[in-house]
Design a protein around this ligand. Structure first.
Ligand code: NAD
Length: 488
């Protein structure tokens, strides 16, 4: 498949409706993680590039904020149509730059399209409130207004879905946008903007600046950027939250995760294993909702044996191959960190019951690691506490549900958690007491859809209003109250 033109060697930024070269000399290679082949180069843009993009967004906002809401929504309807028409092409691009399996990429594109679907409801979503007669002949009304220029900074693992969590809703609410995609998966962002322009978005409404830290800092410090939406790893999320908040901006910073799945003795073991395998090893464990810790309640030896057998059967390879579930890790530098975690797990006394290192590079040129399972992990071990973001699963043993819930409470992260059981009482206790924002009941990846907030807790989220749903609308708008007297 040739999605990219051969002569295009360095990606361009998109500013004020034009594709322009970044004002920088530095570029990074963007390899296909499954083959190592360099697909394109990404520019490491400068603060000057950020300035140009923000200036263009600020200028565009003067008109865009007054563009009638239904007219803005119509552009999103068209965008929805164009994205759906290009569904397969977009999914293939995701596979090419991120490495995940085509089926997963296809699902990701669908999830992104659903965000556009939601944002197209802007005329309803942006409605205010009113009450007549709050006092004699006095009425009160609330209107929503956009903030101005807002920015989005996104991670490598969902190059389609995460940008679409942000800019369609922000723009539908009347803001203009500057997107800084991950420098490790920057290609799809340019396709998204091409289609958005084709859908009728005026120049300057959506801008892209490729790059890394300097672009992020440029956005965090810029006086004309009113709000920051960030998704990425925990240390960076905290840094972004603190620096942007100190500069007086609204911030929503979605962060890392350690998602526990509790397997109760009465669970349907075949189904639980199958959900855990696809949650832990799909996208090579590089999902913020991936299962990375299983809490086995009671004597779970049969469950553990079946899990290991299924892991042994997993097909590893290029995501374009239909059979493949376990795809590559994004970069070798990340794989090296994962290998260090495996050594730490062994040193701290966990039992390595399946060693994925044996599948590294024997048959593959890409950055692969086979399914890895540690048993007898305790909550105080490094591999239980930290996000590894790879196909490495930790099994913790618990005597009962209460102890399993305690493990979840102890975790600094609180993105998601799941229970596998048929027991209604256990389900209710889990729902009430599990200390995480997105729970699954017999569901392997309980990621929410666009009309609900994506709702991590604790160190998995910094801020107040989450992305998507009504939270997203509140984040991207400010309210104005009017109190009117009529006995004048
Ligand atoms: P990352 O933190 O390395 O990068 C995210 C963004 O921050 C990128 O655009 C990158 O250029 C920028 N960045 C990185 N380091 C920076 C620094 N020191 N200063 C300024 N900017 C910096 O994250 P990643 O590896 O691309 O993505 C994976 C992480 O994202 C995982 O931790 C995963 O759990 C998390 N994630 C969370 C959610 C969620 O909903 N909570 C969703 C997807 C991914």
């Amino acid at each position: 498949m040739t999605v990219l033109k051969k002569e295009t060697t360095v990606l361009k930024n998109f500013i004020n409706g034009e594709w322009i070269d970044a004002d920088c000399n530095e570029t990074l290679d963007v390899p296909n993680p499954a083959t190592g082949e360099v697909i394109i180069k990404v520019p490491i843009s400068s603060k000057e590039d950020v300035d140009k993009a923000v200036k263009s967004a600020k200028e565009a906002w003067k008109t865009w904020k007054n563009t009638p809401v239904p007219k803005r929504a119509r552009i999103l309807y068209k965008y929805h149509y164009l994205l759906s028409e290009n569904h397969e092409k977009l999914a293939k691009l995701v596979v090419q730059e991120n490495g995940k399996a085509y089926k997963e990429a296809y699902g990701e594109v669908q999830r992104g399209i659903e965000c556009v679907e939601f944002a197209a409801g802007a005329p309803t979503l942006m409605m205010g409130e009113s009450l007549s007669n709050i006092a004699e002949e006095i009425d009160s009304e609330m209107f929503r207004y956009p903030l101005g220029v807002v920015a989005g900074i996104t991670p490598f693992n969902f190059p389609m879905m995460v940008p679409l969590w942000m800019f369609p809703l922000a723009i539908a609410c009347g803001n203009t946008f500057v997107l800084k995609p991950s420098e490790r998966t920057p290609i799809l962002a340019n396709e998204l903007v091409k289609l958005f322009t084709e859908a009728g978005a005026p120049k300057g409404v959506l801008n892209i600046v490729h790059g890394a830290h300097d672009v992020v800092n440029g956005l965090l410090d810029h006086d004309d950027v009113r709000a920051i939406s960030f998704v990425g790893s925990q240390p960076v999320a905290k840094y972004v939250y603190e620096r942007a908040a100190a500069a007086g901006k609204r911030v929503q910073a979605l962060s890392g995760a350690k998602n526990h799945h509790i397997v109760m003795p009465d669970a349907d073991m075949e189904k639980a294993v199958s959900h855990i395998i696809s949650s832990a090893y799909g996208s090579a464990g590089q999902r913020c909702m991936a299962c990375s810790a299983v809490v086995v309640v009671g004597d779970g030896d049969e469950f553990v044996q079946t899990l290991k057998e299924r892991a042994d059967e997993l097909i590893i390879g290029n995501g374009l191959d239909d059979e493949v579930l376990l795809t590559p890790i994004i970069r070798d530098s990340h794989r090296q960190k994962v290998l260090d975690y495996i050594k730490i797990g062994l040193k701290e006394g966990a039992t390595l019951i399946r060693d994925g290192r044996k599948e590294m590079d024997e048959k593959h040129e890409g950055t692969f690691l086979g399914p890895t399972i540690f048993d007898q992990v305790t909550p105080d071990m490094t591999i239980a506490k930290e996000e590894i973001f790879a196909p490495v699963l930790s099994l913790l043993r618990a005597k009962d549900l209460e102890e399993g819930l305690e493990y979840i409470r102890k975790s600094r992260f609180g993105n998601g958690a799941t229970i596998y059981t048929k027991d209604a009482k256990a389900v209710r206790q889990f729902r009430e007491e599990a200390d995480a924002g997105m729970l699954g009941i017999n569901v392997g990846v309980p990621a929410t859809m666009a009309f609900f907030p994506f709702s991590g807790w604790k160190d998995s989220f910094y801020g107040d209003l989450h992305v998507n749903g009504k939270d997203g609308v509140n984040f991207y708008t400010r309210k104005k109250m009017i109190t009117s007297r009529f006995d004048y």
